[in-house]
Design a protein around this ligand. Sequence first.
Ligand SMILES: Cc1ncc(COP(=O)(O)O)c(C=O)c1O
Length: 399
Amino acid sequence: MTAFIEAASPHTMNTYGRLPVALERGQGCRVWDVNGKVYLDALAGIAVNTLGHNHPEFVPALQDQLAKIIHTCNYYHVPNQEKLAAKLVELSGMSNVFFCNSGLEANEAAIKLARKFGHDKGIALPKIVVYEKAFHGRSIATLSATGNAKIQKGFEPLVEGFVRVPVNDIEALKAATANDPSVVAVFFETIQGEGGITPMRADYLQQVRALCDEKDWLLMIDEVQCGMGRTGKWFAHQWAGIVPDVMPLAKGLGSGVPIGAVVAGPKAANIFQPGNHGGTFGGNPLAMRAGVETIRIMEKDGLLANAARIGERLTQGLQKALSGVQGFKEIRGQGLMIGIELDRPCGVLMQRALDAGLLLSVTADSVVRLLPPLIMSEAEADEVLTILVPLIKNFLAEK
Ligand SMILES: Cc1ncc(COP(=O)(O)O)c(C=O)c1O
C-alpha cells in the first residue's frame, strides 16, 4: 500500500492530508480499496453520495445519458435544467434556479446576488452578515465569508463587505447591524458542517427571517452540506417552517456527479439579468440528469424518512453508549448529519476508523462527524455503532 501511495501522488498538488488508502469501487454503503479491503461508508464522500455507490437505478440512468449527450453549453436550452429547476422550486417553495458545479460556486453566486440586490437599491458598498465558524468554500469571496482564520491565512487581502456575528444570538445580530444602511443580506448554514455540526435553533431562524423581512434584507441559507434530505426534510431550514430568499445547494444533489445550484425566492429571482452570471459547465446535461434521477429515486424510495429514522437510531445508540463516558461532550445534528463532540482533538480517529473498516471524518478538531448515504439500513447503522463506540471509548480512556 505504501508503495502504491508514494507512486500515486508525486504530480498532484499537495493540498490534502490524505489517508493512506485508495478506494476503487463501491456497492450500496460499502466501498473496497485497491487491496480488496472493505469499508462501511459513514461519510458518503462528505455528504455527496446520497444514493450510496453503484445504485441499480442511478447508474443505468447516467449510462443512458452518457450515450445520449454529456455537454452542450448554455448557448442552447437544456431540457433537464428546466425539469430539475421545477422540482427544486416545488420542494423548496421558492421560484427560480441557477445551476453551477460546486458548493463554492453556488455560494459565490449567492454573494453576487446579494451585492447586486444592494446596488439595485442604490447601495454602493453592500455588506453581508456572516457567522463565526462558518464554512462557505475556498474561492477568494467564499473563504472571506468563511469564519476560520486558518482557511484565510496566506490569501489576504480578503474580500470586503462581510460583517461577522456569533450563531444563535439575535441581539448580537441586531447590534452588529444597527443603523447600518449598507447591510443587504444575512448568510449562514442551517447546521454548520465544517464548523463542528452546530445547528441554528428554530426560534433563531424564525427571528432572523422576521428581521430580514423588516429590514428588506435577503435571507441566504447555505444548504450545501445539510440540505438535500440529509436531516429528514428536503432542506434543514424547513424544520423551522421558514423559507429563505436564496439557497445554495451542491454535494448530495448529484449523488456524486459534480453539481451546484442557487435557488432563489421572489425577492432574488430577477436580480441577475443576461450577462450578470454564468459558466461553461453549469447545468450540463449529465449533471442535470444526475440531479433529476437523485430526487426521483429519493422520493420513490422514501429516503427522507429513512434519513430521519436511521439518524435517530444512530444518535440514540451513540447517546446510550457514550453518556457518562469521561471525555464525551455531546451529540449534535439532525438525521444523517451527526457530530459527536469530545473534549479533546481526535483527528487520529479517522485513521483508526479506517483501520477498523469504517469511513468517517473529524471536523473542528474534536468532533467526529457521520454523514452516511441516505440509503443506510438499520443493520448497517448498528454496524457503525459496533465499530465506532469502542473506538471512541478506547480513545477517551487513553492517558
Ligand atoms: C456548507 C458548505 N458550503 C460550501 C461548501 C463548499 O462546497 P465545495 O467543496 O463543493 O466547493 C461546503 C463544503 O464542505 C460546505 O460544507
